[in-house]
Design a protein around this ligand. Structure first.
Ligand code: ADE
Ligand code: ZN
Length: 323
């Protein structure tokens, strides 16, 4: 796992950081719940100690990570708690010079908690209006393994909340326990309603999972790193201009790839596949967007021109806005 501390950066890294900070860029793959820092959880639950919270932030492997993610989500017990999470996230975007973000809300987990979704969306959208320099679109995510009925409820709310800034729908969670085909009709209906379609796929499961996501109409793929195993899929993504939302630190922390050096981002890029960098769950992966760009430079050899292209991609592949 990579730990990031701004205090120990060498001069070269510092200047890369400054360069990256100066770039106009967007964050397109980030989960609100996964952005909540231990300190913010403590603001929400003063009775929890930071040590207790940090102990809960430890996990092993992808299944362990999903459990931790659900634990964090359970701590967000009110619309106000989600609003505070939003405020802290947008403050971090300000520090990183992120001017646009599409933030995913695990709406399926909110329904699973038997909480109402609309008040949460109203609260986070209202908080985001306090940051006029940052445009925010919301992506409502259903959880694959919870099935199509739960997803239908999530996507119905997404359609109703477009005026609050909901721009797209997605499916996350465990791709091995909820095939994309379950959601085919729902994706078609969401597309017809003008919502963007993204889909976590090819993160831990192989290329067939990415093909399944494309078959139901996904316009972007969350992660998609295992596309590298299928040359036809790489050509398809390149020719149809379908981007992968690639989150290197996430993939190492969840065990999706064994180490940063073995991460396929450079090969995907060299194959001409559109790539957008994201953080996924920055609080759980000890990262932020500046750090992911710095890794692109330092570990994967992205030149300044290529970093500029990555930043340009993040703005190019946004979902259309309605407001
Ligand atoms: N929800 C939050 N982070 C996720 C990830 N990396 N994969 C699937 N679902 C998620
Ligand atoms: Zn994700």
């Amino acid at each position: 796992m990579t730990y990031y501390s701004g205090e120990h950066l060498s001069d070269r890294e510092t200047s890369t950081q400054e360069f990256v900070r100066s770039l106009a860029k967007a964050e397109l793959h980030i989960h609100l719940e996964g952005s909540v820092q231990p300190e913010t959880l403590r603001e929400i639950h003063p009775s929890l100690t930071l040590d207790e919270i940090r102990a809960n932030f430890h996990y092993n492997g992808f299944a362990g990570f999903l459990k931790t993610y659900v634990w964090v989500t359970k701590q967000l017990h009110s619309p106000e708690a989600y609003a505070l999470a939003t405020r802290r996230l947008l403050e971090s975007f300000e520090r990183q010079n992120v001017s646009y973000a599409e933030v995913t809300l695990s709406a399926g987990v909110i329904l699973w908690k038997q909480e109402k979704l609309e008040p949460v969306i109203e609260a986070i959208a209202s908080e985001a209006r306090n940051f006029p320099h940052i445009r925010v679109g919301w992506i409502l995510d259903a959880i694959r393994q919870f099935g199509a009925e739960q997803a239908a409820r999530v996507f119905a709310v997404a359609r109703e909340c477009r005026m609050l800034g909901v721009v797209a729908i997605g499916i996350g969670g465990d791709e091995e326990r909820g095939p994309a085909s379950w959601f085919e009709l729902l994706y078609e209906q969401a597309r017809a309603a003008g919502l963007g379609l993204t889909c976590h796929a090819g993160e831990v499961a192989g290329p067939a999972s990415v093909w399944d996501a494309l078959r139901i109409g996904a316009q972007r793929i969350g992660h998609g790193i295992r596309s590298l195993e299928d040359p036809n899929l790489l050509s398809f993504l390149r020719d149809r201009d379908i981007p992968l939302e690639v989150c290197p630190s996430s993939n190492v922390c969840t065990g999706a790839v064994p180490s940063l050096r073995e991460h396929p981002i450079r090969k995907l890029w060299d194959a001409g596949v559109p790539v957008v960098l994201g953080t996924d769950d920055p609080a759980l992966f000890h990262t932020d967007l500046l750090h992911e760009y710095t890794l692109a430079a330092d570990i994967f050899g992205f030149s300044r021109e290529e970093l500029k292209q990555l930043a340009a991609n993040s703005l190019l592949y946004r979902f259309p806005q309605r407001q």
